[in-house]
Design a protein around this ligand. Sequence first.
Ligand SMILES: NC(=O)c1ccc[n+]([C@@H]2O[C@H](COP(=O)([O-])OP(=O)(O)OC[C@H]3O[C@@H](n4cnc5c(N)ncnc54)[C@H](OP(=O)(O)O)[C@@H]3O)[C@@H](O)[C@H]2O)c1
Length: 239
Amino acid sequence: MKTALITGGAQRIGAEIAKTLHENQFNVIIHYNESEQEAKSLCDKFNKKRQNSAKRIHANLASINEINHLIESVKNIDLLVNNASVFYPTPLENCSLNDWDNIMNINVRAPFILSKGLSNKLKDTQGCIVNIVDIHAERPLKNYAIYNISKTAIKTLTKTLAKELAPDVRACGVSPGSILWPEQKAKLEPHKKQIMLERIALKKQGSPADIAEAVLFLANANYITGEVINIDGGRSLHQ
Ligand SMILES: NC(=O)c1ccc[n+]([C@@H]2O[C@H](COP(=O)([O-])OP(=O)(O)OC[C@H]3O[C@@H](n4cnc5c(N)ncnc54)[C@H](OP(=O)(O)O)[C@@H]3O)[C@@H](O)[C@H]2O)c1
């Protein structure tokens, strides 16, 4: 069995990645911040299917100490999936330095420190890093300046890691288009959802399973490194 750490793995896309990896010969470490209950039930479900095949670790990825603690708790690892992120509007006229620090720390600094801190353990297993990017790394989403910049940075981080850690560790990325509608501060009105769907060549949202399958593919693709794959139903064609 191989071992995968999925950040933000308790719900939504992260949980689907954990499920797909678990079904495909990976033991999983589900990292979570606020979703303790979801992380626990997911682990219970996986451990029922295969004993000792899942565990959960808490860390607020805004905190360096907690990231370091997470790194120390991981004994061996074959695959790191940097999935956790924050997404909310930061219009130029009223975004703050706090927004900058919050988004950049969680979306870029944490994946950087985790990749760096786990690189030796990944070298031991000839492992792989898969970063979850966003198609807006290439074509920015209006009113989301800091998020766009953070995703461009993690895309560059992916290519940088692919160079720095070769030939022992591969690093790849998956760039989702519209998969699950955002919640809370980034929630969309129905008519805005409709406009968004119209711009997708395949005229529908993707599913978390589409992202999870791409992560699994890259995890097993022994001759691919430094690549970031768009999974967006052709949305990039229309922007
Ligand atoms: N949804 C989409 O359609 C879409 C489109 C493009 C790109 N993406 C990318 O795909 C990935 C998953 O998307 P999603 O919509 O499933 O993400 P999400 O629900 O917005 O967030 C994923 C997880 O990030 C974790 N997280 C947030 N702040 C954290 C912190 N301070 N410390 C630790 N963990 C933290 C949360 O864990 P807890 O719940 O445990 O707090 C959350 O469950 C993200 O990288 C996102 O940018 C998604």
